[in-house]
Design a protein around this ligand. Structure first.
Ligand code: PEP
Ligand code: MG
Length: 312
């Protein structure tokens, strides 16, 4: 019965009592956008544009970029497309953008910080996006730490002709000052992979530290909560596009914390859609509270699971 429900439910995401929770896909290429539509995503919540250029030795031209973005827009047929500007550096080295001499690349010139040394790289990308952007296309900057950075990105993106502009919240400083950041932009999206890395001071590539990097760490959940609350105060969307959104149990916690959209690998959509559909907002809030009341990641997950199983 569960299988049938999983396969047959292609409706937009919503809780049992009807609160919309947009279910979106993470993509790295225009071909992924085709797969996202086939998986009944309501759109794309994270287009990791650096994936297009992983093998490039020179900065991509505006024309090459416009073509790729246009393909993605066309594949989505009017569905929302959140394009993240190049997140080069650290775990995503790009030959034409990475600084070779950084001792701590995860703390170095990555993401939006590239505008400090290669402003034309970011400008070309925004110009390329501006040429194809209609109202379905949103632009988003990675690795924002301060409201001033958010303001800087917003003005560059708006000048390029992009109507809806946001930033990722994946640095704890941004989560702690989310309301000030949200005053500068139209939306934010939590990157829980990096948010966990920076909150727990744990390299996301080191498997032996996986327990610290656990997305159920209450400290990480706390930052998700305060960011979501800032969004509710200003009535602006706060999504999640990190791996947290792919976990059906965590998705309930995120909905309970007030997250408005979940973006994930397309394969995760059916199970997350099903889980959200089975629960009311009040149930999600109770599940979130139970998780946040714990001191350890494992206990947080267990507490959430216990409530789901008790069907409260
Ligand atoms: C994240 O950090 O959670 C995120 C979505 O971005 P990426 O994994 O590409 O760094
Ligand atoms: Mg990230």
């Amino acid at each position: 019965e569960r299988e049938a429900a999983l396969a047959g439910d292609t409706e937009p995401g919503a809780t049992r009592d009807g609160r919309a929770v947009q279910l979106l896909a993470n993509i790295g290429t225009p071909a992924d956008a085709v797969r996202a539509v086939a998986a009944h995503a309501e759109g794309v919540g994270l287009f990791r544009t650096e994936v297009l250029f992983l093998d490039a030795t020179e900065a991509p031209s505006e024309e090459a970029q416009s073509a790729a973005y246009r393909d993605a827009v066309e594949a989505l047929g009017g569905r929302k497309l959140v394009v993240r500007t190049l997140d080069a550096g650290a775990d995503k080295p790009l030959a034409f953008a990475t600084q070779p001499d950084e001792e701590n690349p995860a703390l170095g010139v990555r993401g939006f910080r590239l505008t400090r040394i290669l402003p034309e790289l970011v400008q070309t990308q925004l110009d390329a996006l501006g040429t194809v952007a209609d109202e379905s296309v949103w632009a988003m900057a990675p690795m924002i730490a301060t409201p001033a950075e958010a303001r800087d990105f917003a003005s560059r993106a708006r000048e390029a002709g992009i109507g809806t502009v946001g930033v990722m919240v994946e640095v704890p400083a941004a989560a702690l000052r989310a309301e000030a950041i949200l005053r500068e932009v139209d939306f934010v999206s939590l990157g829980t992979n990096d948010l966990a890395q920076y909150t727990m001071a744990t390299d996301r590539l080191r498997g032996e530290l996986a327990d610290l990097l656990d997305l159920w760490q209450p400290a990480v959940l706390e930052l998700v909560r305060s960011t979501a609350q800032a969004g509710r105060r200003l009535d602006k969307p706060v999504g999640v596009c990190g791996e947290s959104a792919s976990d059906p149990l965590m998705a309930l916690v995120l909905v309970g914390l007030g997250i408005t959209s979940l973006s994930m690998s397309p394969g995760a959509l059916p199970a997350v859609r099903f889980a959200v559909r089975q629960h009311t907002v009040a149930q999600c809030e109770a599940i979130a509270l139970a998780a946040l009341s714990q001191d350890e990641a494992g206990a947080a997950r267990e507490a959430a699971l216990a409530l789901v199983n008790a069907d409260v």
